[in-house]
Design a protein around this ligand. Structure first.
Ligand code: AKG
Ligand code: FE2
Length: 348
């Protein structure tokens, strides 16, 4: 069991364990920060207001098409709930290691506290995480969420109820924008597979040599990310260059995941992102991943303009396949692509 929090306590500039040193990481942009591209902001109250929803729906469509990520403001989750969530999560990561080990990831599993370690040589991320499936109920592991201290469990359950409402509202609006039947979208996601990852990134004396969470796109339909304690670190790869995403208080970051890229037949695209760490401050985030039901087939649903670019796959198989690979940019999605056969050009 690896606890980066414990490793960080004793690490100095010279003693970062070799497994964490990531000289393979692409550098962040060195441009003047005032020229960094800014991800779009979407206002939930405008999306829901009869007067403004039309223009905000267009903004949402453009954000999904051009970025695959946006900052969601006025989402309606109360400050008191968010404050409690932050406090309880902090307390969880502060627990002695023996306590957290009760939730430790068992060998061969992907849920629980810890990191999936496949080999001794594997490069590791500078962060501890706790990942679990929340829905369907039949897949909830009794020793994880139900076994958490009750104050944390209660706040997580309230938070998950709130974010689920937001996710479903967004899925309905995305269906409208993509001309997919809203009912079809609801069938796929209402009782969908839902998972949460809580991440704790300790400070690192040499932040440029490590990565908090390696580059990846989310394998989800949508992801709602809450940067709990306001410490920046999220970066996105836009037009081939890594840029930091600035923190907006009380906003959630919403990512389009690979599954919506498939469903929109590539019109929307999931964005590659990673988490950097700070030299002095700890950072915490919670991501909730919204996916179709396990028995649903994932396939391009909007093929009116182009032939399907992705193969059909059962959510169950997609999920299994995802966790047999290590995170690596968008390589998971690339494997779903139908190879394009080069047709001879009749005019030559
Ligand atoms: O911690 C972050 O900012 C990113 C988390 C993330 O991308 C994930 O959990 O998939
Ligand atoms: Fe992510």
């Amino acid at each position: 069991m690896i606890s980066v929090k414990e490793i960080a306590k004793t690490s100095t500039k010279l003693t970062i364990p070799q497994n964490f040193i990531r000289l393979d990481q692409e550098p962040s942009s060195t441009c003047d920060p005032s020229t960094f591209p800014t991800p779009p902001t979407i206002d939930m109250t405008r999306l829901l207001s009869p007067k403004h929803s039309h223009s905000e729906l267009l903004n949402l469509h453009s954000a999904c098409e051009r970025w695959g990520l946006f900052q969601l403001v006025n989402h309606g989750v109360s400050c008191s709930l968010l404050e409690k969530l932050k406090r309880e999560t902090e307390e969880f990561f502060e627990l002695p290691l023996e306590e957290k080990m009760k939730f430790g990831m068992k060998s061969g599993e992907v849920e629980g506290y810890g990191t999936v370690v496949r080999s001794m040589e594997q490069k590791l991320d500078w962060g501890d995480r706790f990942y679990f499936i929340n829905n369907p109920l039949s897949r909830r592991k009794p020793h994880l969420l139900p076994n958490l201290p009750s104050s944390l469990r209660n706040v997580l359950e309230s938070y998950l109820r709130e974010t689920k409402k937001i996710a479903m509202a967004l899925f309905r609006m995305i269906a409208e924008n993509l001309k997919i039947e809203v009912k079809k979208m609801e069938e796929l996601f209402e009782d969908g597979m839902e998972a949460m990852r809580m991440s704790y990134y300790p400070p690192c004396p040499t932040p440029e040599l490590v990565v908090g969470l390696r580059p990846h796109s989310d394998a989800s339909g949508l992801t709602i990310l809450n940067q709990l304690n306001g410490v920046e670190g999220l970066q996105v790869k836009k037009d081939g260059i890594w840029f930091p995403v600035s923190f907006i208080p009380d906003a959630f970051i919403v990512n389009i995941g690979d599954i919506l890229e498939i469903m929109s037949n590539g019109l929307y695209s999931s964005i590659e992102h990673r988490a950097r760490v700070d030299s002095e401050k700890e950072r915490m985030s919670i991501a909730v991943f919204y996916n179709p039901r396990f028995d649903a087939e994932i396939s391009p649903l909007t093929t009116f303009q182009n032939p399907p670019l992705f193969t059909n796959i059962l959510m169950e198989d997609y999920f299994k396949d995802f966790f047999t690979q290590s995170f690596n940019g968008k390589s998971h999605l690339d494997r779903m692509k139908i190879p394009t056969t080069h047709q001879p050009n009749p005019s030559t």
